[in-house]
Design a protein around this ligand. Structure first.
Ligand SMILES: O=C(CO)COP(=O)(O)O
Ligand SMILES: O=C[C@H](O)COP(=O)(O)O
Ligand SMILES: [Zn+2]
Ligand SMILES: [Zn+2]
Length: 283
């Protein structure tokens, strides 16, 4: 069933677990995510980035997402990930996404507040919830040094002011994670997370969670993270499975055989994350 993202996250916040938010850009990835949710009896957020919407088409993502949600025995929410294009955010709202992210993290604090507030006003008028980002999550800032990076971590006082002034429903914070594969082991600033959690009364979102050790994810959930985004590890499961089946069976030419094993591999990955996040059995 299709559900409101805010309700899902508020429940997770209250009960102390995190919802997995998994990126998708085609039917097999979407089916793997929803099948994993059904196996785990977990509520789930399926999300698409602007690049994914461009790849598959907003209408395709909408149609597939809604069909998957409607057929699913567990709660499913459909979310726009890292929206930066105002018109595209409006399009997703019109197409029935249950939540959108406005990522104004590249702007100065006051400007981030202004653009986030504008999206919140419109989205709330039609009961769509909004995630924003404060601080800069690594991955696209590889060229800058560590000490400069630390200055980009989310400041607890700013997070409180940001939430109050924008009316946003959830907030992605920067505490040391980065998008994409990690070179070394990521070190998360748990004290900062705990401080933000103690001051902020909306759900906290962790991006760039692929490749973060399980123990760190557990600690982050204990300290109040309620939504965890995973993209890279699903992509890796998909492509590893495809590489293997093609290498082992050079004569194979049926896409269903190739993508079928990729789907099974993605189901394993997503199910494992759901158990780790504590959302298994919470549907
Ligand atoms: O944050 C993410 C999507 O918004 C996903 O990050 P990863 O690609 O590191 O899993
Ligand atoms: O946070 C970014 C997501 O992993 C989406 O990546 P993408 O823009 O390549 O689809
Ligand atoms: Zn961002
Ligand atoms: Zn992200």
């Amino acid at each position: 069933m299709l559900v409101n993202t805010r309700e899902m996250l508020d429940k997770a916040r209250e009960k102390g677990y995190a919802i997995g938010a998994f990126n998708m850009s085609n039917m097999e990835i979407l089916q793997a995510i929803v099948q994993a949710a059904e196996i785990e009896n977990a509520p789930v957020i399926v999300q698409a980035s602007q690049a994914a919407l461009k790849y598959a088409g907003v209408d395709y993502i909408e149609a597939m997402g809604k069909l998957a949600a409607q057929k699913a025995s567990v709660p499913v929410a459909i979310h726009l990930d890292h929206g930066t294009d105002f018109n595209l955010i409006m399009l997703c709202i019109r197409h029935g996404f249950t939540s959108v992210m406005i990522d104004g993290s590249k702007y100065q604090f006051e400007e981030n507040i202004a653009i986030t507030k504008k999206v919140v006003e419109i989205a709330h008028a039609v009961d769509v919830s909004v995630e924003a980002e404060l601080g800069k999550i690594g991955g696209t800032e590889d060229h800058i040094t560590v000490s400069e990076k630390e200055a980009l971590y989310t400041e607890p006082e700013e997070a409180v002011r940001f939430a109050k002034e924008t009316g946003v429903d959830s907030l992605a914070i920067s505490i040391g994670t980065a998008h994409g594969p990690y070179k070394g082991e990521p070190k998360l600033d748990f004290d900062r997370l705990a401080e933000i959690r103690s001051m902020l009364d909306i759900p906290i979102v962790l991006h760039g969670a692929s490749g973060v050790p399980d123990e760190s994810i557990r600690k982050a959930v204990e300290r109040g993270v309620c939504k965890i985004n995973i993209d890279t590890e699903i992509r890796q499961s998909f492509t590893e499975a495809v590489r293997k089946i093609l290498a082992d069976n050079p004569a194979e030419y049926d896409p269903r055989k190739v993508l079928g094993v990729a789907k099974e591999a993605m189901i394993e990955t997503v199910s494992g994350k759901m158990r780790l996040f504590g959302c298994s059995g919470r549907a």
